[in-house]
Design a protein. Structure first.
Length: 506
């Protein structure tokens, strides 16, 4: 070949490249990158002002990654990505540390599963922020909004992301500890092949940040040899932003979270006992309920915060009975003479309880004085009437009813009069909860026909504005069961909801 022609050929090739890029016929995935360590290549994703870079040290399987980019959030991302194309379930593990101090506290170093190299691609990542916050972030479709589930573990020593089927999970390990599940799982659909890798975003357009990923291990996951195990994650969600935060993770079934009146703790039941979880930190504390050691998922504090109403199956041939006890624990006092009875709500003045009672094969809404006595039956329609809760002003009782063939939210006067339907759509809607100001209604929505099942099912946590606009928002999607949000679960300030999501994992 005539060597004088080489510069001309290169110029023509480069010119062709830029013409194709300008015309939109060339995207990031048509490039042929150079391999780096265990990965196929690296590049900037999205619009960045400063080019990123990556270096690999085989001595300790570490990668030093530098990236700029305004953010990895909303509907598009901007960051530097070190990636490998994968066509099987996979796990990626690393220890992460930022170089230097200072910087934007929202800078991110991530382990990521991503559908494509497009800026608005669907993805899930474990993101370590500059201030130590660690979260499972995800965009469930191309161009969709980003959401996150924040972990209660700050600045972990090692992080891990797993993709098994449609489930993506975050696992964290502190110094000297094994990995533990810290944010449940998200259901996302990735078409094969997809991308797995590490990345850095500075969270400032004109700034480059650097992070070191040490002991990086990318492994292909085999089908699990054992049956999956149930995990429960107790979460809070800020209604306006839909940001979720995990406050407690446990193997087995946790149910029915609600807040203490001062907002300092959550109450929940597990293993037949009621537990108090301080939100400032620390392990759950078991509340002494005396002989009542088969508590089910129905409990809540009185309006003045001095008493705890709950349902228990220790007596009456293990049929549920409603009791009250001091909020800090003590000998229970029986309220309902008949069983099974399941508590659901206090009247605003603390004088009465609303509950679901099963009598002669029919489940209906009842009320009873907190001191005991005669119960009043408020509903008589065929089909399950369940989950009654007083409005904050006490002028209505909201409940779910299957009387029309699907479960919908209804309301009525406290004497049972003026029963009217509140929701009517293509879902089964259950467990209504009024915000403290009475302006919003939270409830759980299943696919039609699924609400009657006792199994865990895909569901939406939705909030309906009871004003003139009737705005209806999806606050969270999750695997839900009967104990997800079956008791009053708004925070006292009306900003958050508490709920339990369930996860069947190897």
């Amino acid at each position: 070949m005539n060597h004088r022609r080489i510069p001309l050929l290169l110029a023509l090739a480069c010119g062709s490249y830029f013409l194709e890029a300008a015309s939109g016929r060339l995207d990031a995935e048509t490039l042929v990158p150079a391999p780096i360590g265990a990965f196929d290549g690296h590049q900037d994703v999205g619009m960045v002002l400063q080019a990123g870079s990556a270096q690999y040290d085989p001595s300790d399987r570490s990668y030093v990654v530098s990236g700029s980019g305004e953010n990895m959030w909303f509907a598009a991302d901007a960051f530097h990505f070190v990636w490998k194309k994968v066509s099987s379930d996979a796990a990626l593990t690393a220890a992460i540390s930022f170089s230097g101090t200072g910087g934007n506290r929202h800078r991110k170093a991530v382990l990521m599963v991503r559908q494509s190299l497009d800026a608005d691609s669907a993805y899930a990542d474990v993101a370590l922020h500059g201030d130590g916050l660690t979260s499972l972030q995800f965009r469930d479709g191309k161009g969709a909004a980003t959401h996150e589930i924040q972990s209660s573990v700050s600045a972990p020593k090692r992080v891990r992301i797993e993709k098994r089927g449609r489930h993506v999970t975050m696992w964290l390990a502190s110094e000297g500890e094994d990995f533990s599940l810290t944010a449940g799982s998200m259901r996302l659909r990735f078409e094969e092949p997809f991308y797995v890798g590490i990345g850095v975003c500075s969270h400032e357009k004109g700034v480059v940040e650097t992070a070191r990923f040490s002991d990086v291990e990318l492994t292909r996951l085999k089908p699990p040899a054992r049956e999956p195990a149930l995990y429960s994650t107790l979460e809070t969600v800020t209604v306006t932003s839909t940001d979720r935060r995990v406050v407690y993770v446990a193997p087995g079934r946790v149910e029915a979270p609600n807040w203490t009146r001062d907002g300092s703790a959550l109450l929940f039941n597990a293993g037949g006992r009621i537990h108090r979880l301080p939100l400032a930190g620390g392990p759950p504390e078991t509340i002494d309920t005396g002989f009542a050691t088969r508590c089910n998922s129905a409990h809540g504090p009185s309006p003045d915060g001095t008493l705890l109403a709950f349902s228990d199956e220790s007596q009456e041939d293990h049929r549920s009975v409603i009791y009250v006890a001091p909020i800090g624990g003590g000998t229970p006092r029986r309220v309902t003479a008949h069983s099974p009875s399941y508590w659901h709500g206090w009247s605003p003045d603390g004088s009465a309880l609303a509950f679901t009672g099963e009598r002669d094969g029919e489940s209906d809404v009842y009320t009873i004085p907190v001191t005991g006595g005669e119960e009043a039956r408020l509903t008589t329609a065929k089909g399950l009437d369940d989950g009654p809760e007083y409005s904050p002003a006490g002028r209505r009782i909201y409940f779910s009813s299957a009387r029309t063939g699907t479960s919908q939210i209804w309301r009525m006067r406290p004497d049972g009069s003026e029963q009217e339907e509140v929701t009517s759509d293509g879902f089964d809607n259950v467990f209504p909860h009024l915000s403290p100001d009475g302006g919003r209604l939270a409830f759980l929505s299943f696919e039609r026909g699924a609400a009657a099942s006792s199994e865990d099912r895909e569901a939406m946590l939705r909030v309906l504005s009871l004003g003139a606009d009737d705005k209806l928002d999806v606050i969270a999607t999750l695997l839900a069961g009967p104990g997800t949000i079956n008791v009053p679960s708004w925070s006292p300030d009306g900003r958050q909801l508490a709920f339990v999501s369930y996860h069947w994992l190897p």
